[in-house]
Design a protein around this ligand. Structure first.
Ligand code: PGA
Length: 262
């Protein structure tokens, strides 16, 4: 299975010049990556048009260009009176191939429910986008209720998604307590814990979809991944890469991370 590195820039940086620098830097560094590693850059909406031409032009020059564009959110209609929203078709028209949905910041700050996320996922899939579907518990409780919490996010988030659409799905496991912007956040580096969660997610998917296709869904990890710890998330049996937030807009971090997975 191919390895994915998702760069979620969140609401950074502050201006187009800086955005261009980060993009160019990431684009250049991605040249060194081995085949089978794909980078998905997810900038704020306003910067997407700056990069979409470069992505298409690059694809014309380099076969198997391993860098793609993604968005951090989208709406569940293609057009109309939805002030402030961006539709999947607008993103497709700018060469975006992916969209992050269900991120914990959208859930917790913008009150996005599993039901709303489900609507977005179904519509984005119909519109031809690949989904990076984020799940993850807010807390780890000693009674292991967090397993049910994740199961519920998956079951409600993917309700009525057709099995044939599963090859457009990536699951990002992002425990909220590990996300760098949260107080005392610490990456979940324990290999056993990561494997347990990945197996649990796959089992939940299997119970839902009853098809071997679920074994092809990449599961990636997100939460405080940086230049000092990214190696702990490589070669984990059931993981196919990672999502980087804060570190993805820092040149030094990108250089070390990409350099380390040559
Ligand atoms: P982080 O963010 O890498 O800064 O912890 C990950 C995420 O929230 O997607």
């Amino acid at each position: 299975m191919k390895q994915l590195i998702v760069a979620n820039w969140k609401m950074n940086p502050q201006n187009a010049g800086e955005a261009q620098n980060i993009f160019n830097f990431t684009y250049k560094s991605s040249d060194k990556l081995k085949k089978g590693v794909e980078i998905i850059i997810c900038p704020p909406f306003v910067y997407i048009p700056l990069f979409s031409k470069k992505i298409t032009a690059g694809a014309g020059i380099k076969k198997n260009l391993n860098i793609k564009l993604g968005a951090q959110n989208c709406f569940f209609e293609s057009k109309g009176a939805f002030t402030g929203e961006i539709s999947p078709s607008m993103l497709r028209n700018l060469n975006c191939e992916y969209v992050i949905l269900g991120h914990s910041e959208r859930r917790n700050i913008f009150s996005e429910t599993n039901d709303l996320i489900n609507k977005k996922i179904k519509f984005a899939l119909k519109s031809g986008l690949n989904i990076i579907f984020c799940v993850g518990e807010n807390l780890r409780d000693e009674e292991f209720n967090y397993f049910n919490f994740i199961k519920n996010q998956i079951e409600e988030g993917l309700k009525d998604v057709a099995a044939r659409e599963l090859n457009h799905m990536v699951i990002a496991y992002e425990p909220v307590w590990a996300i760098s912007s949260n107080k005392d956040a610490k990456a979940m580096e324990n290999e056993n814990d990561l494997n347990t969660i990945a197996v649990f997610i796959r089992k939940t998917l299997f119970n839902m979809f009853k098809t071997k296709k679920i074994f092809e869904i990449p599961i990636i990890y997100g939460g405080s991944v940086n230049k000092d710890n990214f190696k702990s998330f490589l070669n984990i049996h059931d993981l196919s890469g990672f999502l980087i937030g804060g570190a993805s807009v820092k040149a030094e971090e990108i250089k070390k991370i990409f350099g380390g997975i040559l």
